[in-house]
Design a protein around this ligand. Sequence first.
Ligand code: C5P
Length: 223
Amino acid sequence: DKPRDLAGVRLLVTAGRNAEPIDPVRYVTNRSTGKMGYAIVEAALRRGALVTLVTGPSELAPPSGATTVQVQTGLEMYEAVMARVEEQDVIIGAAAVADYRPKLRHEQKLKKKEGNLLIEFERNPDILLEVGQRKRDDQLLVGFAAETENVLENARGKLMRKGADLFVANDVSQSGAGFGTDTNIVTLVDREAEIALPLLSKLEVADRILDHVLNMRTRRSSR
Ligand code: C5P
């Protein structure tokens, strides 16, 4: 059994996808299932962390033992995170946040008409970036980069741009990695090094991420 080495550590995890409404019966979403984020929550709870889960729609059961906040849209997720970020020690962004939302949310169901339908989208806030800009020195920020090419370069770019301490880079074109699978193949990218992990269950990946976070906390507090 894992030691309760995260006892008292306050951890916020975002997980799952967003649903961005077009009208009362339609929305735009993506394929994220929430498995990676929920695995982090489960692993962290076992190790004694105080966990807040901010989750978009997911078929997974809300983990017992965590404070779970359910949201639909990227804006709701942004607000839920920002309202709770101050009291956290570690923030892990595992959600596949919608980059865009339909500019108009029609009050009534859209009727079909002749010709094409054009929907205009506007940008959602980048939650990780905003947290990175407000983050205190004693807080650690972890992001995920799902990529199909130049995986490590892209992950390192995001790490720097978003002001994160660790990025979990994920080549989603590999089988056994990415959306919907129970396993993942990731590389941990921090400011100093890159650590390639083998094919592991998402729960094992979660424990490796938490091991690394714990290491960074120890190193930081001894400086
Ligand atoms: O830029 P990209 O979407 O690839 O960055 C992925 C990371 O940023 C993930 O950790 C994701 O949860 C986070 N993110 C976010 N808000 C967004 C977009 C991405 O927090 N609007």
